[in-house]
Design a protein around this ligand. Sequence first.
Ligand code: SAH
Length: 214
Amino acid sequence: MRVDPKRQRERMVSEQLVSRGIKDARVLAVMGELPRHLFVEEALARQAYMDAPLPIGEGQTISQPYIVALMSELLMVEPGMKVLEIGTGSGYQSAVLAKLGADVYTVERIPKLCTRARERLLSLGLFNIHVKQDDGTLGWPSAAPFDRIIVTAGGPEVPAPLVEQLAEDGRLVIPVGSSRRSQRLILVERQPDGPQWSEVCPVAFVDLVGEHGW
Ligand code: SAH
């Protein structure tokens, strides 16, 4: 099966990201280069650049490109920052963060996805990503604090350990909802006078399952 990934990526960037208001030039450049088709099963490679989430096995999904771009832009990652991701899934979002120059710590609860993502990221030469199998709602205490935290699964609340593990001036982006499969994307900024919350938009993520999840 032949795809022309470079052309598909260019179209994805202009038709799905720029047209919907993604402006961060570094995010656009990274997503324009990263081979998203290598993060899905070969049978789905042809659909990898479509405007949709795709199944990655174990009942989980790789997020729609626009959502990856939006969350990456909201995080405002600078090179050298320490970033925690909860919900490794395919490893695509981790790879975007690593390409933005972050030192990435990512946690996945499903062992099979965790192993596959680790192998995939290493095979792509992305060595600044640490992958752990665990309940990510507990964060990664031994590596904290984190400059940025991103949660790519939706739960009923913002897990308290994550706010605790966020550095001063840190930013946390997370989908939160009172019912499953329908959430609001929340940005938490940790400022000297306490955390500031803002709502970004409605989203639909798979469940965040764990002690501070569903
Ligand atoms: N960021 C991923 C997509 C995530 S899908 C990508 O780029 O492909 C959401 C993932 O969160 C699923 O793989 C699911 O198993 C995982 N997940 C759900 N609850 C979790 C938890 N408590 N800790 C870690 N991972 C969790």
